[in-house]
Ligand binder design. Sequence first.
Ligand code: ZN
Length: 240
Amino acid sequence: MRIAVLSDLHANLEALQAVLAHARGQDCAAFVCLGDIVGYNANPRECLRIIRELGCPVVKGNHDEQAAMPADTAEFNELARQALQWTRDQLSTEEQSWLKGLPLESETSGFTIVHSTLDAPENWGYVFDDLDAAASFVHQKTSLCFFGHTHVQGGFVRGDSVRRLPRGNVLLEQRKRYFFNAGSVGQPRDGDWRAAYAIVDLSNRRIEPRRVSYDVATARDKVLAAGLPPLLAERLLLGR
Ligand code: ZN
């Protein structure tokens, strides 16, 4: 059983379509979504429709939460705030209430999915280092958990201690716990502009982090045409 793990799509339709096509070519028959379907880019409704049609397990991201609020209730930087206001105006009441109803955390096929952290998912903290990961491991009930939110692909393992996993495929060992960031489909921030996602191969106990080239020029042009902040368009090409 191969499952594609998608996170931080951020309304980037070109990236999402490329990732879905790639995953299907990699024999993925199922999907999970770690949230932030909307925010930043130009196609929130289209991305939302695709994810809903997949009928896959989905957890809520902080942008999903805010897009479903009548006005800002959280501290966002100016770029995110402007994009959220624009996103709110695009979404129907029904779409907003669907986002609102998403859980913060879910268990599926024997692993856990969450957008931010397991210790306090509603606080939207970021897991960047071993210490952040250690706090989530305390609350992790399954041997594997996928998370997102930082837009940086890569993970952590807890054996005798918590350490960062080297790049590349991960073989899941018995009696160890894994907390893995699938990376961002729609706005990677690790210096690689290509869309990121992860495949989990449950039969072979393996995580395969993937990168997929997509039509980034079209995604950029749509951000500009929508009147969203130009910096949001430029960052797509930089992977920042
Ligand atoms: Zn995000």
